[in-house]
Every structure is written in structure tokens, then in C-alpha cells.
Design a binder for this molecule. Structure first.
Ligand SMILES: NC(=O)c1ccc[n+]([C@@H]2O[C@H](COP(=O)([O-])OP(=O)(O)OC[C@H]3O[C@@H](n4cnc5c(N)ncnc54)[C@H](OP(=O)(O)O)[C@@H]3O)[C@@H](O)[C@H]2O)c1
Length: 339
């Protein structure tokens, strides 16, 4: 547990939970962050956390990789936080490949990468909405030749993350001595770590912003966000930490689907009506029919068996924590605008 872990994305919604759990378990963490100040504000004065400021994911990581036992690469440009397909592609694809190559060159033998469940589905989400069991063998069919930058941001993100993981497996084949894991979380919701920095930008609350559209879209419509699988941020963080202790599995790629369950907007609305009645007037009217959400069955048995993720935090707890994050953000925003 005294190992030194280099983490990217430690200032983000998921990464801050991963760093918190690593520190709690006694790991030493070196965070490579775009803003060292932002990272240190989340974990002030922790002697086991070292922070190095590195401007991009395609920068030189040589110095920061010295003495590192394992790399957990979480950073990526979420599509909701940019208007640029180039930024998405460069972070997901060029950034990931850069970090994997540099880690291998530095002699790191264990690399854990945060992928996305969207890489399991075709871009039209037919697989994601079908009845066939989706396993770790499923891939979005994108290739470097078919990828194009003139497409919606969500599709570009899905395809960029998929291309990144396909390229990672090609690199892995050439380096059988390096143990690589790719985790595929579904939509991540849940609480913030203490001191998590939010700004007046809605997206600063993390991917809970997809969830809370249920109370920000208005009473005449449900959110149009097409996905319907979720996992608690604390559980997917736990999967990253667990992956550190899992030895290589000969003959099988360590590609894990991490998902608790599917969710339906109507059930989310009912839960909020019941548990947060003060928000009921902001929910879609009860006669409104929600749009289709991806709801294919996902095979999480590999993660259960190998990573020990047999039980997940109940989805209701995850959703309410995400809603509470939004309410805290709204209060803070009201406060700052009235000052
Ligand atoms: N959230 C979800 O629902 C979800 C679902 C499936 C997979 N994932 C994956 O989970 C990972 C973490 O997502 P998240 O929800 O925690 O996102 P997030 O809150 O936006 O955090 C992203 C992190 O990556 C860093 N980052 C972004 N672009 C960068 C760049 N160009 N160069 C260097 N650092 C960069 C951010 O740094 P700053 O703090 O400086 O911005 C931040 O630390 C990503 O790989 C994402 O693809 C997320």
C-alpha cells in the first residue's frame, strides 16, 4: 500500500474520489494536474499527496513518472464541457496514447485507464437499447478511417474514447509484460468529495449535470439525454483502487464493465417526489411520457469476479446524492450572485 501511484484527472469528479480512496488506503499519490492549486485545495496538507503541474495530456511526463509503481489515467475532456471535437479527440486519443507510451518507457508495469461504457455501443445506440447481453467483447465499430470531426460532440466523444482503447490494446499486445486495465463505467452520479471546487458553471458539478436535468428542463418535458445506465462515483472509484491489486489475467483483456443498474426518468422523478418533495414542482408533469433511454443488459460479472464489485451503492442513494449536489450548487450560486 506504500506504492506510488501517478494519477491524471485528480481534480475531476471521479478522479478526486479515486485520489481520496487511494490516500485513505495508504497509497502515496502523485497527481499530474493542469492546475496544482486546484488539486491542493481539494486535499490540503496531505503528506502522501504530491502534485505536479502538467499543462496537457500530450506533454512530457518523464519527470513525473520517476519512481512510479502504477499509473491511473482518468483525465479526459467531457463533451458537455467543450464545443470542440478537436479537444475531445486530443485528450481522449492522443493524450491516452501519450501517457501509455511514456509510462511504458519509464518502466511502469501497471496502467489503469478510465474508458466509458459508450465504447460498448454503436453510435446510434442500437446495441445500447437492445435486448442482447452486452459483454466486454462489444465495441463501437469506429476505425481511424471512419472517424470524422464533423459530428455531434457526444458521438465524437464516444468514438474518440473507443479509438483510444482500441489503440491501447494494440500497444498492450507489443508489451505483454505491462499489465493494462480499462474500466468502462456507465453514467457516473453521486456526491462530491469534501472541498470539491465548483464554479458558477453548471457543468462544474460533474456529470451529475446529466441527472439533474430532470429538475432543470421544465415541467413540460423530460431530459433528452439518451443513456439509462448508472454507477455511483464511489463504486467506480473503488473499482480503480481494486484494479491496482489484481494480477495479470493470461489470455483475457482486463476490460471491465462497471455499472450498477439501468434507471428510468419516471422512477427518478418518483423518487425525488417522495424523498425531496420540495423539488416536486420542478419535475416533469406526471402525464408527460419520457423518451427512450439505453437499457440493454450489461454483463458485469467479470468485474464482480475479479475486482470484487459484487454489491453497489443503491441507485436511489446515488441519485439523491447527485440531486443534493445540485441543490447545494444552486444555494452557493444564489449566495455569490447576491454578494
Ligand atoms: N462522468 C461520467 O458519467 C463518465 C462516464 C463514463 C466514463 N467517464 C470517464 O471518466 C473520466 C473522468 O470523468 P469525470 O466525470 O471525472 O470528468 P471531469 O469531472 O470533467 O474531470 C476531468 C478531469 O480531466 C482533466 N482534463 C480534462 N481535459 C484535460 C486535458 N485536455 N488535459 C489535462 N487534463 C484534462 C480535468 O482537469 P481540470 O480540473 O483542469 O479541468 C479533470 O481533472 C473520464 O475519462 C471520462 O471519459 C465519465
Amino acid at each position: 500500500m506504500n506504492s506510488l501511484i501517478l494519477v491524471t484527472g485528480g481534480t475531476g469528479f471521479l478522479g478526486s474520489h479515486v485520489v481520496a480512496q487511494l490516500l485513505e488506503k495508504g497509497y502515496r499519490v502523485r497527481s499530474a494536474a493542469r492546475s496544482a492549486t486546484k488539486q491542493r485545495k481539494i486535499f490540503p496538507d496531505n503528506p502522501n499527496l504530491e502534485v505536479v503541474e502538467i499543462p496537457t495530456l500530450t506533454s512530457d511526463y518523464t519527470e513525473s513518472l520517476k519512481g512510479v509503481d502504477a499509473v491511473i489515467h482518468i483525465a479526459a475532456q467531457l463533451f458537455a464541457k467543450t464545443n470542440s471535437v478537436d479537444e475531445i479527440y486530443e485528450a481522449a486519443c492522443d493524450g491516452t496514447i501519450n501517457i501509455v507510451h511514456q509510462s511504458i518507457d519509464a518502466g511502469v508495469k501497471k496502467i489503469i485507464i478510465t474508458g466509458t461504457f459508450a465504447s460498448l455501443f454503436d453510435t446510434q445506440l442500437n446495441t445500447g437499447s437492445g435486448s442482447e447481453l452486452v459483454t466486454e467483447e462489444f465495441y463501437n465499430p469506429v476505425t481511424p478511417e471512419t472517424f470524422h470531426r464533423d459530428q455531434p460532440l457526444m458521438a465524437a466523444y464516444q468514438e474518440s474514447k473507443t479509438l483510444a482503447s482500441k489503440r491501447v490494446w494494440q500497444v498492450a499486445e507489443k508489451h505483454p509484460d505491462v499489465d493494462i486495465t480499462i474500466l468502462l463505467p456507465t453514467l457516473i452520479f453521486g456526491p462530491h468529495v469534501p472541498n470539491f471546487p465548483v464554479t458558477n458553471a453548471q457543468t462544474s458539478i460533474g456529470s451529475n449535470f446529466n441527472l439533474i436535468k430532470i429538475i432543470t428542463t421544465g415541467t413540460d418535458a423530460y431530459p433528452t439525454f439518451p443513456h439509462g445506465h448508472l454507477v455511483d462515483v464511489r463504486d467506480i472509484a473503488r473499482a480503480h483502487v481494486a484494479a491496482l491489486s489484481v494480477p495479470p489475467i493470461p489470455g483475457r483483456k482486463k476490460r471491465f464493465i462497471i455499472s450498477n443498474t439501468t434507471f428510468k426518468w419516471k422512477d427518478v422523478a418518483d423518487l425525488i417526489r417522495r424523498e425531496r418533495p420540495e423539488l416536486a414542482h420542478r419535475l416533469p408533469r406526471e402525464d408527460i411520457v419520457p423518451p427512450r433511454q439505453s437499457d440493454a443488459p450489461l454483463d458485469t460479472s467479470f468485474a464482480a469476479k475479479v475486482l470484487g464489485l459484487k454489491e453497489y451503492i443503491p441507485w436511489e442513494e446515488t441519485v439523491l446524492a447527485g440531486v443534493d449536489v445540485q441543490i447545494a450548487w444552486e444555494k452557493r450560486k444564489d449566495l455569490s450572485s447576491s454578494i
